[in-house]
Structures are given as structure tokens and as C-alpha cells.
Design a protein. Structure first.
Length: 589
């Protein structure tokens, strides 16, 4: 079915003669067959957002409908790949058309020529339901790709074809209860705006280990949880997301660069192939999917990129994997919504954003979670959604930040003053929060006893006390504080510098295991406890602050896990002996 263009306004095209088309249908626009999607229908008129540059289009050009919604291709070949916002593979587009993306170019998302070794799991005669695993493909050295029965197909397996196949080959035939035979290829399609189904959703109860101490100990996120990373320009949002992508203990990472600067995406592309996965020593790209829709690319595709990424993540979740989706940034995505809404002449909401901004954000974040996957084998998978937010001028009272705060359960507020002071990660401990502490506490208690969460609470209390004491220090100076308050200031400084601050350029400090985090915090707080006992006995306060063990505690985070384990008891013993000597010296005096 075809229609005719009557209006072109940037990425928005209006066409008439499309009475039989549906909202969300993909269309081909103009002689170059540019890809577009129908946003709304009025009679036989359709408003279409075009995912490519529309210069040169004019009234009278033809619009062809495909009758299909915007969908992604799901199958072997997605990992170790980079796509644009509508899942076109950029390396293959470059090979076909050069360094500049040619308008109207059509390249399949999955390579149609590469052969994959399919190993059957099901055998003829088996009864299968949607989500059951028919066989596996070793997609990369890190990930075993499971070929599943598509949604809507169930019955008896008639045949299974082992051996090498391309993604379009039929690898199994299933006969349903009505006698109809369904041919199942290695690849399947799924509409990006519809969440993939599952059997049951669970409350997230296990933390995602990021190796970043301020995240894992102070403001943890659960696997299957949601988090936002707001912060002004230059505060380190992208750096935090890179660290999460590198170190998080998830099986697969989907990194969506939606609307950020091209050089940031270039850094990712240059850096990730060089990085080694800490779990198996393989390149990190072997378990990563990159989606690039930078600020200079068509704005409409930026809006689609979020849905493309979360759909790919759900597909791997359905295999039983833990997946992290990192969106950088949702503010640029919201700006794309605002631009399209303005061109559609919709009634604007706050600051010009559409009235449905909050509901669209919720549709994205609520696709995260821990689920029991479809199928008979009780697989569990999770999608953890983490979005960077770039509020203008760092003002988190703006609509995108506020709408995000109402949805997510973890808020890592970045502070430019910390970033300028070279304190990374620049997460402000006074304005950040995590609502997963109660659900994660049983896990921490089971692994480390009750001391882990008690130490966290004590450290947070000390940092909050320090904030209050700094007001007094600014007015009358540090000498006016009591010895107990001076001790609070010193311990808070140790927590900030020796625990919260990390150096991404030092391998031993870039990542911290839970055990190392627990021991480091315990050392700092034991120093605080023993010093307070010494002060009560009349010890010299200044002497307590300069004992050699104090410096060793500060350097402990730079030791590797094995060396730190050996040094822990020695540092604690040295600290107690030196403080006891200070107390004895005070008593003698």
C-alpha cells in the first residue's frame, strides 16, 4: 500500500492515502526508501518520524508501508557488534558504503552469510512450549547462545537440523496440536516497543557487584534493579557507566549511546576491544552489544535506540543471563521526544517536554527486573537498567531528572565539585540514595555477617556528621572543635580518601571485591573506635593522627587482593600497638 507526502518538517513527514496503515508500522519514504515509523493517524493521513536525514524530500513523493512494526532481529551475531539506533550494523554499512552513512542503505542486522555451528538440545518427539531451548550456538568464547522456541509456537518437535547454518536456515520443525507445522529459523524478530513475555517476576534480592566501593557498599543496586546517574557536564557520568560496563558481574552488557557526543562513543569503540574481561581474560567486547546514535545522527533514531537496546537485553535475559543496559543519556533521548512532539504540534508540558515524558521513561525502566523465563526448565534471568541523566546546568529539578527519580530505586548523584577535586567516582554521598538496602541486607548478612551493614550505617553517620561540623569549621576554625569532633572529621576524611575515592588507572584500585571493601571499611572504623577509646584515656590527639599505621591504612586499597589479605591482620595489630604506645606516653607525661 502506498501514499503521498503532503508535508515535510525535519524528521517529521505527513503523508495521505494511508487509510489501511496502522500506528507503529514501518514505512519506506521517497525514492531512496528512507526508513520511517508511523506516529499517529488522522483519517487517511499519517504522521511519520523518519530515522534518516530528510533533506531533498518534498510533497508528492511516495510512501510505502511494510505492514510491520519496528522490530529487531534476534539471533547469533549480535555480540561483539555495533549498531545504530534502529539496529543497522555500522561495520557492515561502512564496508558497503564507506565512512559516511548513505541515506536509504539497507543492511540486515544479522549477517546472512556467516555460518554458526548449531548443537541440538531437543530431539524429535519432544514436547516444547515457548521459551524452551532447541539447541545452542557458541556465539563468542564468553557466551553460549541459546536458540529458543518463539512465542506463539508449541507442540511436538518433528525434526532438528544440527551442523553449520546461517541465521535464516530452518533448524527445527514443530507440529502444534492442530497438526500445523511451524518452521523455526535460528533468527527471530520482535517489535521493540513491546516487552518480551516471561512467566513470573521476582523482587531483586542479589546485588550487582560493580567493583566501585561507593556503589557496592554505600548505594548498592540489585541485579534486575533500576538506577539513574545524574550530573552536570564534566562530572563523570560516562566514566561511571564505562566502569560499570567493565567490572559489573553480569553476563552481558548492552551499551546505548543515545545522543551523546561522537568522541565519547569513539572512546568506547577504541577502548572496549582492548579491555580484558576480568572473569575469563577474553576481550570485553565478546559479551557486549554497542548501540551508537550520537548527537549528530538523526534525532528520531535516538528515540528508537532505547527500545532497540532494551529488547536485545530482554532476549538474552530469556536465555537465563544477567544483562546490564547502560543508556547514555536519557536526557538526550527525552530531547528527541521533545523535538518530535513539537513538530507534531502537541500540547507541551513542563519546559516543552511532552506530557507523556514520565510514562515513556517508566515504559523503559519497568522492562528491567528479575524474571522466571518462559520454558519448562525454570531459567532465571535479569535486566538491570542504568540511565545517565544530563540536566542542564546540573539542575536536577528539571523534568527528566524528576520523572526519573520517581521511577528508579537508586540515585547516584554526581557532583562537579568532587570531579574538579579529582575525587572519582564523583558520587555525592549526601544526596545519593538506594532503596534496595532492605531487600539486599539478608544477602550481605549471609555473606559477611551483620557487621557489613552496621559498618555502612556507621560510615554514613560519620559522613553526615562531618557535613554538619564543616559549617562550624568555616565559622570558627577547626581548633574550636572538641577532640571527639576532631576525630569525626579525621575519620570522615579517611572514609572519603581511603575508601570512597578510587583510581581507575591502577588495576588493584579500579576494582574492589566485596570482601576487600568490607575489610577496608572495617580497618578505618576500627581505627576510629580504638582512637576514641585512647582519647578517653587522655592520649595526645595529634599523635594519634600521625602514627605509621594510619598511612598504611591509606595505602591498603592499592594492594592486590592476596597481598591485602596478608596485610590486614598485620596493619590492625600495628595500629593497636602504636595507639597503645601513644596512650602510655600520655599517661607517663
Amino acid at each position: 500500500m502506498s501514499g503521498t507526502i503532503t508535508k515535510v518538517s525535519g524528521p517529521l513527514v505527513v503523508a495521505e492515502g494511508l487509510a489501511d496503515a496502522n500506528v507503529s508500522d514501518v514505512v519506506r519514504v521517497g525514492s531512496q526508501h528512507l526508513i520511517g515509523e508511523i506516529l499517529n493517524m488522522t483519517g487517511d493521513k499519517a504522521s511519520i518520524q523518519v530515522y534518516e536525514e530528510t533533506s531533498g524530500l518534498g510533497p508528492g513523493a511516495e510512501v510505502l508501508t511494510t505492514g510491520m512494526p519496528l522490530s529487531v532481529e534476534l539471533g547469533p551475531g549480535m555480540l561483539d557488534n555495533i549498531y545504530d539506533g534502529i539496529q543497522r550494523p555500522l561495520p557492515e554499512m561502512r564496508a558497503a558504503a564507506g565512512d559516511s552513512i548513505t541515506r536509504g542503505i539497507s543492511v540486515p542486522a544479522l549477517n546472512r552469510e556467516k555460518k554458526w555451528d548449531f548443537v541440538p538440545v531437543a530431539v524429535p518427539g519432544d514436547r516444547v512450549i515457548p521459551g524452551d531451548v532447541l539447541g545452542t550456538v557458541q556465539e563468542t568464547s564468553a557466551i553460549l547462545h541459546k536458540i529458543m522456541v518463539p512465542v506463539g509456537v508449541s507442540g511436538e518437535v518433528v525434526s532438528v537440523e544440527s551442523g553449520e547454518h546461517v541465521v535464516t536456515d530452518i533448524i527445527a520443525v514443530v507440529r502444534d496440536d492442530k497438526g500445523k507445522e511451524h518452521e523455526i529459523p535460528m533468527m527471530q524478530r520482535w517489535p521493540v516497543r513491546i516487552a518480551r513475555p516471561y512467566t513470573k517476576k521476582y523482587v531483586p534480592a542479589r546485588p550487582m557487584n560493580s567493583g566501585q566501593r561507593i556503589i557496592d557498599t554505600m548505594f548498592p543496586i540489585a541485579k534486575g534493579g533500576t538506577a539513574a546517574v545524574p550530573g552536570p557536564f564534566g562530572s563523570g557520568k560516562t566514566v561511571v557507566q564505562h566502569q560499570l560496563a567493565k567490572w559489573s558481574d553480569v553476563d552481558i552488557v548492552v551499551y546505548i549511546g543515545c545522543g551523546e557526543r561522537g568522541n565519547e562513543m569513539t572512546d568506547v569503540l577504541m577502548e572496549f576491544p582492548e579491555l580484558k574481561d576480568p572473569r575469563n581474560g577474553e576481550p570485553l567486547m565478546k559479551r557486549t552489544v554497542l548501540i551508537a546514535n550520537t548527537s549528530d545522527m538523526p534525532v528520531a533514531a535516538r528515540e528508537a535506540s532505547i527500545y532497540t537496546g532494551i529488547t536485545i537485553a530482554e532476549y538474552f535475559r530469556d536465555m537465563g543471563y544477567d544483562v546490564a543496559v547502560l543508556a547514555d543519556s536519557t536526557s538526550r533521548w527525552a530531547e528527541a521526544l521533545r523535538e518530535m512532539s513539537g513538530r507534531l504540534e502537541e500540547m507541551p508540558g513542563e519546559e516543552g517536554y511532552p506530557a507523556y515524558l514520565a510514562s515513556r521513561l517508566a515504559q523503559f525502566y519497568e522492562r528491567a527486573g528479575v524474571v522466571e523465563c518462559l520454558g519448562a526448565d525454570d531459567r532465571r534471568g535479569s535486566v538491570t537498567a542504568i540511565g545517565a541523566v544530563s540536566p542542564p546546568g546540573g539542575d536536577i529539578s528539571e523534568p527528566v531528572s524528576q520523572a526519573t527519580m520517581r521511577i528508579v530505586k537508586v540515585f547516584w548523584a554526581l557532583d562537579s565539585s568532587l570531579a574538579y577535586a579529582r575525587h572519582f567516582p564523583a558520587i555525592n554521598w549526601l544526596t545519593s540514595y538506594s532503596l534496595y538496602l532492605d531487600t539486599l541486607e539478608p544477602w550481605y548478612t549471609q555473606q559477611f555477617g551483620e557487621a557489613y551493614m552496621k559498618n555502612r550505617e556507621k560510615a554514613m553517620h560519620i559522613l553526615q556528621e562531618e557535613s554538619e561540623l564543616q559549617e562550624i569549621v568555616r565559622l570558627v576554625g577547626q581548633d574550636a572543635l572538641s577532640p571527639a569532633d576532631r576525630m569525626t572529621m579525621e575519620t570522615a576524611k579517611m572514609i572519603r580518601e581511603d575508601f570512597l575515592q578510587q583510581n581507575a588507572f591502577v588495576d588493584e584500585d579500579a576494582y574492589s571485591s566485596y570482601k576487600k571493601q568490607f575489610r577496608l571499611m572495617d580497618l578505618v572504623l576500627r581505627y576510629d573506635t580504638v582512637c576514641r577509646e585512647a582519647l578517653e584515656k587522655g592520649a595526645n590527639m595529634e599523635a594519634l593522627f600521625v602514627i605509621p599505621a594510619r598511612e598504611k591504612i591509606g595505602r591498603a586499597k592499592m594492594a592486590d587482593a592476596a597481598a591485602f589479605e596478608k596485610e590486614y591482620d598485620a596493619i590492625e595489630a600495628q595500629m593497636k600497638a602504636e595507639i597503645a604506645a601513644v596512650v602510655a606516653g600520655g599517661e607517663d607525661a
